[in-house]
Design a protein around this ligand. Structure first.
Ligand SMILES: NC(=O)c1ccc[n+]([C@@H]2O[C@H](COP(=O)([O-])OP(=O)(O)OC[C@H]3O[C@@H](n4cnc5c(N)ncnc54)[C@H](OP(=O)(O)O)[C@@H]3O)[C@@H](O)[C@H]2O)c1
Length: 263
């Protein structure tokens, strides 16, 4: 596709994206701006410690720094980037209108929310574009995000708080599920290591099954539940309505926090 891409910030998420792009052999030139440098940087990547005139030719600027430093980072970038360069931000809670204030109203902006499994190419990103993002820019953005997993677009930016609560924070809920099942297994008599191995591999295997085709999760659940069997005995307790209420509260709380942190 032949774009010139600048990645600003090469921590956990930035590095996952960069590795995804390089491994997917997306035809681009890459500049990374990272004050601490980049360990084992791919040969095709040029690393800068601070923004400079090298960024002038970049068509896409990917912002992967923490939201707290974003204002300073954008102020330092602004003199070096073109007015038509697409800004692709993956920062939690940083709005399109906030970026327009920092870069100017004409700057095309895509706000995306990836999640941690991006680091193994199995993430999901949800993206929203400002109206002046051209179809070709949207296409390139989708290719870049696809290197880290599945991509979904929304039109209404307000949905990003709920997206953050579900898929952005979601991996932590699944890790908690592993911990919780493992602890219950210990209480049922298994030793700690075996219980953790069983819990973790059960989640991995079930996730692979859920991802293998489009069979709804409810159907997969019913398929493994024989009437009067062991799974049914457990589900009778798990499905008494409390778990749904707990998740409703948890997701609502994360959504509220996302809104509070937004700027
Ligand atoms: N991690 C996730 O699961 C996740 C999920 C969705 C979205 N995000 C978003 O992704 C963004 C990055 O998160 P992360 O987890 O990857 O954080 P991170 O590991 O801390 O990475 C941020 C990187 O930015 C670098 N940096 C700091 N100041 C900079 C500057 N002035 N110019 C260029 N680079 C600079 C940091 O370097 P130093 O370490 O030297 O300060 C660090 O390497 C955040 O906005 C977050 O909201 C993360």
């Amino acid at each position: 596709m032949g774009s010139n891409i600048a990645l600003i910030g090469c921590g956990k998420m930035g590095r996952a994206l960069l590795d995804g792009w390089v491994n997917a052999r997306i035809k681009s030139s890459y500049i990374v701006v990272e004050p601490s440098g980049v360990k084992n940087a791919p040969k095709s990547v040029r690393v800068l410690k601070k923004p400079g005139k090298e960024l002038k030719n970049c068509d896409i600027i990917v912002l992967a720094v923490k939201p707290q430093v974003m204002n300073d980072v954008c102020a330092a970038l602004k003199p070096f980037i073109g007015k038509d360069a697409l800004i692709l931000s993956i920062a939690a809670g940083r709005s399109i209108s906030g970026f327009k204030k920092l870069f100017g109203t004409g700057q095309p902006i895509v706000r995306a929310m990836p999640n941690l499994p991006a680091s193994v190419g199995k993430g999901i990103s949800v993206a929203v574009a400002s109206p002046n993002v051209k179809p070709a820019q949207k296409k390139i953005t989708a290719q870049l995000l696809a290197a880290a997993g599945q991509v979904e677009w929304v039109k209404n930016e307000k949905l990003m708080d709920a997206v953050t609560a579900v898929s952005g924070s979601g991996p932590a809920y699944v890790f908690l599920l592993i911990e919780t099942i493992a602890q219950a297994g210990e209480k049922a008599g298994l030793d700690r290591n075996l219980s953790m191995t069983l819990a973790r591999q059960t989640v991995i295997g079930s996730a692979a099954l859920a991802g293998a085709d489009k069979t709804p999760a409810a159907t997969l659940r019913k398929n493994v539940t024989s009437p009067g069997g062991t799974t049914a005995a457990a589900l009778e307790i798990l499905m008494d309505g409390k778990m749904q209420k707990i998740f409703d509260r948890a997701i609502a709380s994360a959504k509220k926090r996302s809104k509070q942190l937004s700027s």
